[in-house]
Design a protein around this ligand. Structure first.
Ligand code: ZN
Length: 510
């Protein structure tokens, strides 16, 4: 057995453990009765510790040294060489993070998340404050342990988005804001174009479920290697490319909830299902820093796929021209007076709003900027946790022209900070930017794509995405993937062009 084969066997077992952890997480979020929470938490913690001890071990160190000697001078661009480099990088960073810090973060995070849930329900920011201060201090410790050159945020975002920095994000945000703010102002100045409110009626849940299944199947989600279930907070997760689970949630009075969550999660699922079979159980289908079996190039890169299918395809005119009849057949009474055009407008309504998860394509990235800028300022010590409600409300007013009436609909709305998830928010914007860049590249390379999408044929796009992006798993960074398909790294321009074109047309802007 070569040293490489020995390392591959070691990593395959570690990857198996991460997939088993995912199985437990899926069950916890989609199936488990509430009473199972405490014992499931213990099981997850035991298995995570076991997995980490296998990865951050002398065995891994010895195998890495041996393989590096063995393949010195070999093709440094092969999957093997890339898997090796990523394993080495993750190993070195993991070694710098003390196990007791991870344990303190997990312990305080669990308590803090429970306190946050109560504080949000009761609109009580002061009760959450000490916990947020604690999680902030632990994140600063974590950033110091990981190490950084310019900004502690750089160390934290490294966990989710290698290659991204605070400085680069400031630049991207400035570019986005310079176009989005004036576009939003022009849209808000136009009278609401909707004649009737489609969502007042009641939409049968079983029929919604059949539709979600059908639409996700139509875009190519393979139900021989996947399942759709319901979950209070929709998510996608995989236990290898041959078993990918997606979820959605249903609201009888708001049909778009289930449809777009299903398309979003199916977008994540398509990424996982189309990773090259040879990468199964390798370093290129697992995040060794986050200890998570996931195949995308980064968290933002995974979000590119979900947002491409949810928004760029699922909220397109062509999609509803093609599929409105299917929707109307499922809900003949509720949609008797509607047509494809009205539905298209209804699912693309732009309004400044208080809640990020309900935001439209135009305002969404403003919500992300606000959160990311606050995280950076907290880490710098430029603002204090005590001042957060005022800082939040001032930024909401500046970016969206709204002031939250209470903290529940303001600073308390997201779960992320409660468990210490600093550095995650910008991945959503990175996903939006990538989605526009990748789809523009696909159109440039596939002259018939407009026609096939209009015919409801998604195979050509799925095949192109698989060949150019999905199949590589984690082998390439998001910038590398983008350069391969479009000749340049992350660039907000295609997203801004897409928003300008789509919403100028929708709102009749000159
Ligand atoms: Zn997502």
């Amino acid at each position: 057995m070569t040293a490489y084969e020995a390392l591959a066997a070691h990593i395959a077992e570690y990857n198996d453990l991460l997939c088993i952890l995912n199985t437990l997480r899926w069950d916890m979020r989609a199936m488990m009765p509430a009473g199972g929470a405490r014992s499931r938490g213990k099981q997850l913690s035991t298995l995570s510790k076991l997995a980490k001890s296998i990865f951050v071990s002398d065995a891994t160190a010895r195998l890495l040294d041996a393989v590096e000697a063995e393949i010195a001078g070999a093709d440094c661009d092969s999957y093997q060489a890339r898997a090796l480099r990523q394993t080495r990088d993750a190993y070195e960073i993991q070694k710098r993070i003390p196990a007791e810090l991870v344990a303190r973060m997990a312990a305080l995070g669990a308590e803090s998340e429970a306190v946050w849930a109560k504080a949000r329900a009761e609109n009580d920011f002061p009760s959450f404050k000490p916990f947020l201060k604690g999680m902030l201090a632990l994140n600063i410790e974590l950033a110091e342990a990981i190490g950084y050159d310019d900004h502690p945020f750089d160390a934290l975002i490294l966990q989710f988005e290698p290659g991204m920095t605070a400085a680069r994000l400031h630049q991207i945000f400035a570019e986005l804001r310079a176009s989005i703010s004036p576009l939003l102002a022009r849209i808000v100045a136009v009278d609401e174009p909707l004649a009737i409110d489609l969502w007042k009626a009641e939409y049968d849940l079983a029929a919604q479920k059949r539709l979600c299944h059908k639409l996700t199947e139509l875009i190519g989600f393979d139900y021989d290697r996947g399942r759709l279930d319901s979950a209070p907070h929709p998510f996608a997760i995989s236990f290898t490319r041959d078993d990918v689970r997606i979820t959605t949630r249903y609201d009888a009075n708001y049909l778009p909830m289930s449809l777009f969550a299903a398309l979003h999660e199916a977008g994540h699922g398509l990424y996982e299902q189309n990773i090259a079979r040879e990468l199964t159980r390798t370093a290129l289908t697992a995040d060794f820093l986050g200890q998570y079996a996931i195949g995308g190039a980064s968290v933002g890169a995974h979000e590119f796929s979900s947002r491409l299918w949810e928004n760029q395809i699922g909220r397109s005119h062509a999609f509803w021209e093609r599929h409105f009849a299917r929707l109307q057949a499922a809900f003949p009474q509720q949609l008797a007076e509607a047509d494809a055009e009205l539905l298209y407008r209804a699912v693309n309504r732009v309004r400044p709003s208080l809640i990020r998860v309900e935001a439209d394509e135009v305002t969404y990235n403003l919500h992300i900027m606000l959160r990311t800028e606050i995280e950076m300022a907290l880490l710098e010590g430029a603002i204090a946790v005590d001042d957060l409600p005022e800082v939040w409300n001032a930024k909401m007013q500046e970016y969206l022209g709204l002031t939250p009436p209470d903290d529940r609909r303001g600073v308390l709305q997201d779960v992320h900070w409660s468990f210490g998830g600093f550095g995650v928010f910008p991945t959503y914007t990175i996903g939006n930017i990538m989605a526009a860049q990748v789809l523009a590249a696909a159109h440039a390379q596939l002259p018939d794509l407009v026609a096939s999408l209009a015919n409801g044929d998604y195979q050509a796009l799925l095949y192109w995405l698989s060949e150019n992006i999905y199949r590589h798993g984690r082998a390439y960074s998001p910038d590398e993937l983008l350069k391969r398909v479009s000749g340049e790294g992350l660039n907000p321009a295609p997203l801004l062009n897409y928003l300008e074109r789509k919403y100028s047309d929708l709102y009749g802007l000159s």
